[in-house]
Ligand binder design. Structure first.
Ligand SMILES: C[S@@+](CC[C@H](N)C(=O)[O-])C[C@H]1O[C@@H](n2cnc3c(N)ncnc32)[C@H](O)[C@@H]1O
Length: 266
Protein backbone atom coordinates (compact mmCIF):
# COMPACT_ATOMS: atom_id res chain seq x y z
CA UNK A 1 0.00 0.00 0.00
CA UNK A 2 1.38 3.49 -0.77
CA UNK A 3 2.33 5.10 2.55
CA UNK A 4 -0.05 8.03 1.95
CA UNK A 5 -3.09 6.01 0.73
CA UNK A 6 -5.24 7.44 3.53
CA UNK A 7 -3.67 10.92 3.70
CA UNK A 8 -6.22 13.78 3.99
CA UNK A 9 -5.30 14.85 0.42
CA UNK A 10 -5.88 11.36 -1.04
CA UNK A 11 -9.13 11.01 0.91
CA UNK A 12 -10.47 14.19 -0.69
CA UNK A 13 -9.28 13.66 -4.25
CA UNK A 14 -11.77 12.90 -7.01
CA UNK A 15 -10.07 10.49 -9.40
CA UNK A 16 -12.86 10.90 -11.95
CA UNK A 17 -12.27 14.67 -12.33
CA UNK A 18 -10.48 15.83 -15.48
CA UNK A 19 -8.04 17.99 -13.49
CA UNK A 20 -7.06 14.97 -11.39
CA UNK A 21 -6.56 12.83 -14.50
CA UNK A 22 -4.39 15.45 -16.21
CA UNK A 23 -2.28 15.99 -13.07
CA UNK A 24 -1.89 12.25 -12.60
CA UNK A 25 -0.86 11.74 -16.24
CA UNK A 26 1.77 14.48 -15.94
CA UNK A 27 3.17 12.96 -12.74
CA UNK A 28 3.06 9.36 -14.08
CA UNK A 29 3.47 9.43 -17.87
CA UNK A 30 4.32 5.70 -17.86
CA UNK A 31 0.81 4.89 -16.60
CA UNK A 32 -1.02 6.67 -19.41
CA UNK A 33 -0.70 3.75 -21.86
CA UNK A 34 -2.07 1.10 -19.43
CA UNK A 35 -4.91 3.46 -18.42
CA UNK A 36 -5.92 4.06 -22.04
CA UNK A 37 -5.92 0.29 -22.67
CA UNK A 38 -8.04 -0.27 -19.54
CA UNK A 39 -10.48 2.46 -20.61
CA UNK A 40 -10.78 0.88 -24.06
CA UNK A 41 -11.51 -2.53 -22.55
CA UNK A 42 -13.98 -0.89 -20.16
CA UNK A 43 -15.93 0.70 -23.01
CA UNK A 44 -16.03 -2.58 -24.96
CA UNK A 45 -17.17 -4.61 -21.93
CA UNK A 46 -19.75 -2.01 -20.95
CA UNK A 47 -21.31 -2.24 -24.40
CA UNK A 48 -21.40 -6.02 -24.25
CA UNK A 49 -22.60 -6.23 -20.61
CA UNK A 50 -24.91 -3.38 -19.58
CA UNK A 51 -25.55 -4.97 -16.15
CA UNK A 52 -22.80 -4.53 -13.54
CA UNK A 53 -22.37 -8.17 -12.55
CA UNK A 54 -22.06 -9.29 -16.18
CA UNK A 55 -19.55 -6.51 -16.81
CA UNK A 56 -17.44 -7.26 -13.74
CA UNK A 57 -17.52 -11.00 -14.43
CA UNK A 58 -16.04 -10.20 -17.87
CA UNK A 59 -13.36 -7.97 -16.25
CA UNK A 60 -12.43 -10.86 -13.92
CA UNK A 61 -12.36 -13.31 -16.80
CA UNK A 62 -9.97 -11.10 -18.75
CA UNK A 63 -7.76 -10.40 -15.68
CA UNK A 64 -7.77 -13.99 -14.34
CA UNK A 65 -6.61 -15.31 -17.72
CA UNK A 66 -3.40 -13.32 -17.22
CA UNK A 67 -2.97 -13.90 -13.48
CA UNK A 68 -5.56 -14.83 -10.80
CA UNK A 69 -3.40 -13.15 -8.15
CA UNK A 70 -3.34 -9.89 -10.10
CA UNK A 71 -7.08 -10.29 -10.81
CA UNK A 72 -7.81 -10.04 -7.06
CA UNK A 73 -5.62 -6.95 -6.85
CA UNK A 74 -2.19 -8.29 -5.83
CA UNK A 75 0.66 -7.15 -8.07
CA UNK A 76 3.10 -9.68 -6.60
CA UNK A 77 2.87 -13.09 -4.94
CA UNK A 78 4.32 -11.60 -1.73
CA UNK A 79 1.53 -9.02 -1.69
CA UNK A 80 -1.05 -11.78 -2.30
CA UNK A 81 0.33 -13.64 0.72
CA UNK A 82 0.39 -10.48 2.86
CA UNK A 83 -3.18 -9.48 1.96
CA UNK A 84 -4.49 -12.90 2.90
CA UNK A 85 -2.62 -12.81 6.21
CA UNK A 86 -3.94 -9.33 7.10
CA UNK A 87 -7.55 -10.49 6.64
CA UNK A 88 -6.99 -13.61 8.71
CA UNK A 89 -5.07 -11.92 11.56
CA UNK A 90 -7.77 -9.28 11.91
CA UNK A 91 -10.63 -11.76 12.27
CA UNK A 92 -8.63 -13.94 14.67
CA UNK A 93 -8.07 -10.86 16.84
CA UNK A 94 -11.82 -10.31 16.61
CA UNK A 95 -12.61 -13.78 17.93
CA UNK A 96 -13.01 -16.08 14.89
CA UNK A 97 -13.08 -19.62 16.30
CA UNK A 98 -12.93 -23.01 14.48
CA UNK A 99 -16.56 -23.82 15.29
CA UNK A 100 -17.81 -20.59 13.69
CA UNK A 101 -19.49 -20.62 10.30
CA UNK A 102 -18.24 -18.10 7.80
CA UNK A 103 -19.55 -16.71 4.52
CA UNK A 104 -16.88 -15.07 2.34
CA UNK A 105 -18.57 -12.86 -0.27
CA UNK A 106 -16.37 -12.35 -3.34
CA UNK A 107 -13.94 -14.99 -2.11
CA UNK A 108 -11.69 -14.66 -5.19
CA UNK A 109 -8.89 -17.22 -5.45
CA UNK A 110 -8.88 -17.70 -1.65
CA UNK A 111 -6.21 -15.14 -0.82
CA UNK A 112 -7.81 -14.83 2.61
CA UNK A 113 -10.06 -17.86 2.22
CA UNK A 114 -7.29 -20.45 2.40
CA UNK A 115 -6.44 -19.27 5.94
CA UNK A 116 -10.07 -19.32 7.01
CA UNK A 117 -10.63 -22.79 5.53
CA UNK A 118 -7.58 -24.10 7.37
CA UNK A 119 -8.69 -22.57 10.68
CA UNK A 120 -12.40 -23.46 10.58
CA UNK A 121 -13.97 -26.87 11.15
CA UNK A 122 -14.75 -28.94 8.06
CA UNK A 123 -17.57 -27.53 5.96
CA UNK A 124 -17.76 -24.27 7.97
CA UNK A 125 -16.39 -22.03 5.18
CA UNK A 126 -18.71 -20.88 2.42
CA UNK A 127 -17.22 -18.79 -0.42
CA UNK A 128 -19.32 -17.16 -3.13
CA UNK A 129 -18.19 -15.25 -6.19
CA UNK A 130 -19.62 -13.98 -9.47
CA UNK A 131 -16.62 -15.17 -11.51
CA UNK A 132 -16.36 -18.80 -12.71
CA UNK A 133 -12.73 -18.15 -13.70
CA UNK A 134 -11.70 -17.04 -10.24
CA UNK A 135 -13.57 -19.97 -8.63
CA UNK A 136 -11.55 -22.36 -10.80
CA UNK A 137 -8.43 -20.58 -9.56
CA UNK A 138 -9.81 -20.92 -6.00
CA UNK A 139 -10.02 -24.69 -6.41
CA UNK A 140 -6.40 -24.65 -7.51
CA UNK A 141 -5.40 -22.73 -4.37
CA UNK A 142 -7.35 -25.23 -2.28
CA UNK A 143 -5.51 -28.16 -3.90
CA UNK A 144 -2.08 -26.53 -3.68
CA UNK A 145 -2.56 -26.01 0.05
CA UNK A 146 -3.88 -29.52 0.70
CA UNK A 147 -7.17 -28.30 2.12
CA UNK A 148 -9.45 -30.85 0.43
CA UNK A 149 -10.44 -32.52 3.71
CA UNK A 150 -11.94 -29.24 4.95
CA UNK A 151 -14.67 -29.53 2.28
CA UNK A 152 -15.31 -25.80 1.83
CA UNK A 153 -18.28 -24.69 -0.24
CA UNK A 154 -17.35 -22.63 -3.30
CA UNK A 155 -20.41 -21.32 -5.11
CA UNK A 156 -21.00 -19.22 -8.19
CA UNK A 157 -23.62 -16.50 -7.73
CA UNK A 158 -25.22 -13.91 -9.96
CA UNK A 159 -26.50 -11.59 -7.23
CA UNK A 160 -26.25 -10.97 -3.49
CA UNK A 161 -29.76 -11.91 -2.39
CA UNK A 162 -28.26 -14.96 -0.64
CA UNK A 163 -31.60 -16.73 -1.04
CA UNK A 164 -29.96 -20.18 -1.33
CA UNK A 165 -28.53 -19.92 2.20
CA UNK A 166 -30.32 -20.74 5.49
CA UNK A 167 -31.61 -18.26 8.09
CA UNK A 168 -29.42 -17.35 11.08
CA UNK A 169 -26.52 -19.56 9.97
CA UNK A 170 -23.31 -17.51 9.76
CA UNK A 171 -21.32 -16.12 12.70
CA UNK A 172 -19.09 -14.13 10.38
CA UNK A 173 -19.80 -12.75 6.91
CA UNK A 174 -16.86 -11.12 5.19
CA UNK A 175 -16.36 -9.15 1.96
CA UNK A 176 -12.82 -7.95 1.39
CA UNK A 177 -12.19 -5.61 -1.60
CA UNK A 178 -15.61 -6.39 -3.07
CA UNK A 179 -17.63 -3.23 -2.41
CA UNK A 180 -14.64 -1.24 -3.66
CA UNK A 181 -15.70 -2.66 -7.05
CA UNK A 182 -19.47 -2.37 -6.56
CA UNK A 183 -22.08 0.26 -7.39
CA UNK A 184 -24.39 1.25 -4.54
CA UNK A 185 -27.23 -0.94 -5.90
CA UNK A 186 -25.09 -4.09 -5.32
CA UNK A 187 -24.17 -3.01 -1.77
CA UNK A 188 -27.81 -2.18 -1.08
CA UNK A 189 -28.91 -5.63 -2.25
CA UNK A 190 -26.34 -7.30 -0.02
CA UNK A 191 -27.27 -5.22 3.06
CA UNK A 192 -30.96 -5.92 2.43
CA UNK A 193 -30.38 -9.67 2.73
CA UNK A 194 -27.30 -10.30 4.84
CA UNK A 195 -29.14 -9.83 8.17
CA UNK A 196 -31.27 -12.90 7.45
CA UNK A 197 -28.30 -15.27 7.18
CA UNK A 198 -26.43 -13.86 10.22
CA UNK A 199 -26.77 -15.38 13.69
CA UNK A 200 -28.05 -13.06 16.47
CA UNK A 201 -24.49 -12.36 17.60
CA UNK A 202 -22.91 -12.56 14.14
CA UNK A 203 -21.40 -9.72 12.14
CA UNK A 204 -20.65 -8.75 8.57
CA UNK A 205 -17.35 -6.98 7.87
CA UNK A 206 -16.76 -5.29 4.56
CA UNK A 207 -14.01 -3.06 3.23
CA UNK A 208 -14.60 -0.07 0.97
CA UNK A 209 -12.63 2.67 -0.74
CA UNK A 210 -13.30 5.71 1.38
CA UNK A 211 -13.54 9.29 0.22
CA UNK A 212 -14.12 12.35 2.35
CA UNK A 213 -14.90 14.39 -0.76
CA UNK A 214 -17.21 13.74 -3.68
CA UNK A 215 -18.25 10.13 -4.21
CA UNK A 216 -16.97 8.91 -7.56
CA UNK A 217 -15.97 5.94 -9.64
CA UNK A 218 -13.07 5.14 -11.97
CA UNK A 219 -14.28 3.38 -15.08
CA UNK A 220 -16.83 0.94 -13.65
CA UNK A 221 -14.16 -0.91 -11.69
CA UNK A 222 -13.40 1.23 -8.63
CA UNK A 223 -15.98 2.98 -6.45
CA UNK A 224 -15.28 5.55 -3.71
CA UNK A 225 -17.89 6.11 -0.97
CA UNK A 226 -18.28 8.36 2.03
CA UNK A 227 -18.53 6.44 5.31
CA UNK A 228 -21.90 8.05 6.14
CA UNK A 229 -23.45 6.82 2.90
CA UNK A 230 -22.76 3.21 3.86
CA UNK A 231 -23.67 3.61 7.54
CA UNK A 232 -26.98 5.20 6.51
CA UNK A 233 -27.67 2.42 4.00
CA UNK A 234 -27.07 -0.23 6.68
CA UNK A 235 -29.42 1.59 9.10
CA UNK A 236 -32.09 1.66 6.39
CA UNK A 237 -31.98 -2.14 6.48
CA UNK A 238 -32.28 -2.14 10.29
CA UNK A 239 -28.66 -3.15 10.77
CA UNK A 240 -26.32 -1.76 13.39
CA UNK A 241 -23.17 -0.45 11.73
CA UNK A 242 -19.88 0.98 12.85
CA UNK A 243 -16.65 2.18 11.31
CA UNK A 244 -13.74 -0.06 12.40
CA UNK A 245 -11.05 2.33 13.62
CA UNK A 246 -8.60 -0.47 14.42
CA UNK A 247 -8.55 -1.53 10.74
CA UNK A 248 -7.24 1.93 9.79
CA UNK A 249 -3.85 1.08 11.32
CA UNK A 250 -3.39 -1.99 9.07
CA UNK A 251 -1.28 -1.69 5.93
CA UNK A 252 -4.26 -1.64 3.58
CA UNK A 253 -5.64 1.23 1.51
CA UNK A 254 -9.32 0.56 2.22
CA UNK A 255 -11.48 1.16 5.29
CA UNK A 256 -13.80 -1.28 7.05
CA UNK A 257 -17.38 -1.23 8.37
CA UNK A 258 -18.96 -3.88 10.59
CA UNK A 259 -22.73 -4.49 10.55
CA UNK A 260 -24.84 -6.75 12.73
CA UNK A 261 -28.46 -7.48 13.59
CA UNK A 262 -28.04 -6.59 17.26
CA UNK A 263 -25.71 -4.02 18.84
CA UNK A 264 -22.30 -5.58 19.42
CA UNK A 265 -19.93 -4.86 22.32
CA UNK A 266 -17.25 -2.42 21.10
C1 LIG B 1 -10.45 -7.74 -5.38
S1 LIG B 1 -11.12 -9.35 -5.43
C2 LIG B 1 -11.00 -9.81 -3.72
C3 LIG B 1 -11.09 -11.30 -3.51
C4 LIG B 1 -11.02 -11.77 -2.06
N1 LIG B 1 -12.07 -11.20 -1.25
C5 LIG B 1 -9.65 -11.42 -1.51
O1 LIG B 1 -9.55 -10.51 -0.70
O2 LIG B 1 -8.70 -12.02 -1.95
C6 LIG B 1 -12.88 -9.05 -5.61
C7 LIG B 1 -13.65 -10.35 -5.82
O3 LIG B 1 -15.03 -10.07 -5.64
C8 LIG B 1 -15.75 -10.68 -6.68
N2 LIG B 1 -16.98 -9.89 -6.84
C9 LIG B 1 -17.12 -8.66 -7.38
N3 LIG B 1 -18.39 -8.25 -7.32
C10 LIG B 1 -19.08 -9.25 -6.70
C11 LIG B 1 -20.43 -9.43 -6.32
N4 LIG B 1 -21.35 -8.50 -6.59
N5 LIG B 1 -20.79 -10.58 -5.70
C12 LIG B 1 -19.87 -11.54 -5.43
N6 LIG B 1 -18.56 -11.42 -5.77
C13 LIG B 1 -18.17 -10.30 -6.39
C14 LIG B 1 -14.82 -10.68 -7.88
O4 LIG B 1 -15.16 -11.63 -8.84
C15 LIG B 1 -13.48 -10.95 -7.20
O5 LIG B 1 -13.20 -12.31 -7.11
Amino acid sequence: MPKDAKSPKKLRSNRAALAHKVGYALRHPDRVGPYVRRAGRDTWLRLRHPDHVGYYRAVMSSDARRSPEAAVGSRTHDRWLALGQIQFDYLIEHGLRPEHRMLDIGCGNLRGGRHFIDHLDSGHYYGVDISPDILIAAKRTLTEHGLQAKLPHLTLTGDLRLDFLPDGHFDVVHAHSVFSHSPLSVIDECLAHVGRVLTDTGFFDFTFDRTEGTEHQVLREDFYYRTDTLLTLAARHSLHARFMEDWEKRPHGQSKIRVSRSPLPS
